[in-house]
Structure formats: structure tokens, C-alpha cells
Write a new protein. Sequence first.
Length: 218
Amino acid sequence: MMFNKTRLAIAAAAAGSTVLLAACASLPSGAELDAQAAQMIQASFRDQGIAKVDRIRQDEGQSACSSEKAPPDEVIARIQKTALDAVKWPANNNFIGDWKQGERIAQSGRGLTWTDTSTATSANGGNCYNCHQISKEELSYGTIGPSLYNYGKNRGVTDPTSPVSEGIVRYTWAKLWNSKSYAACSNMPRFGHMGILDETQLRHIMALLLDPKSPINQ
């Protein structure tokens, strides 16, 4: 009698294992789950105003940096080179605008919503204070990014139009145009590359950061 019970228990366990293995074998693969998730996301959005569904499509840099694993060195190098090669430099090498307007742009967080018509009728802001400390006058700021207070002063910029300052000036422009130029997985918006800020607005932000007369360099 005991022997029969043992045989039944073993048979039941074996049957359960078979069912479990069959169930595991039928589970979707990681690639299939990714595809299903992408379809769900796609179906959850629609074009409305200037906000288009293509915003959810990832380029190589976004896709590589959204992975569970950090991208390999060769992918990082390729992303950064591609970003830097595509930087649009300002006309006539005119990098510096008006820091006062730059401060207003840095303070503004508006734009790019479905209720906006276009940047032609209503300029976007940079929303820089959302991630950075900039002017000491501003008490509210984010800490996702490093402090930018004394940005130009700490880098020895006494005249941003001087050839001596060319390196840091060009670096700053490239970083603002496309932050992935120097950090493949940067969380910073790609202001120029994505058309968030135009060339004139970027010059004003450059002045805020680098002009010795700017309050952030006092």
C-alpha cells in the first residue's frame, strides 16, 4: 500500500514538472515581450498639435542607453562621434549673445506641448533651472545636473571671443546643441539637435554661461 502511494506521489510530481516545463517553454521571449511593449506604447499615443507620435521612436543613442546593460565602449564612441559630427556651428562663429535674454530662456519651462502651435509664434524655453543651479539669485533649482554657477569663471574665460577660450566655447556649444556629443547616455535635452532652441537662443544661453558680465560669473 505504501509503495503504491509513493509511486503515485512520484508520478504526480513528474506530471507537475512536465506541465511547469511546458508552461515555461511557452512563455514569450525577451524580444517578443519588448515588441509587445512597443506596440502597447505606440497604441497609447496619438498625434495632437505639434506633439507627434514619432517622439516615442528611439534613435540608436536612446535605444542603447535604455537597455538594462550599459552600452559597450565601441557603441558609446560611435554615438558620441555621430552626435559631434552633426553639430551645427553658429554662423560666422558668433557664439555669444545677450546673457540677460539667456537668463530668461533658462528660467522658462514652456513649450513643446500639444497645445503649442509652433516655435515660430511662441518660442520654447530652456528650463535649465529644472536640472541646474545657475544664478545665485534663484532659490529654486534642480540637482540632476551639476551646478553651473561660475561656469565661465571657473574655466578661466575672461573673453569668450578670444582664441584662448575657443576650446571651452566650442565644447559648450556642442554640449548645448547635442549633449550626447560628450556623454552618450546624457539625460540633458539635445536643444539644437531636436529643434528645442534655435541658434539665437543658444547664443543667449552661451552668454549666460560664459560672458564675464553674466551674474553667474561674478
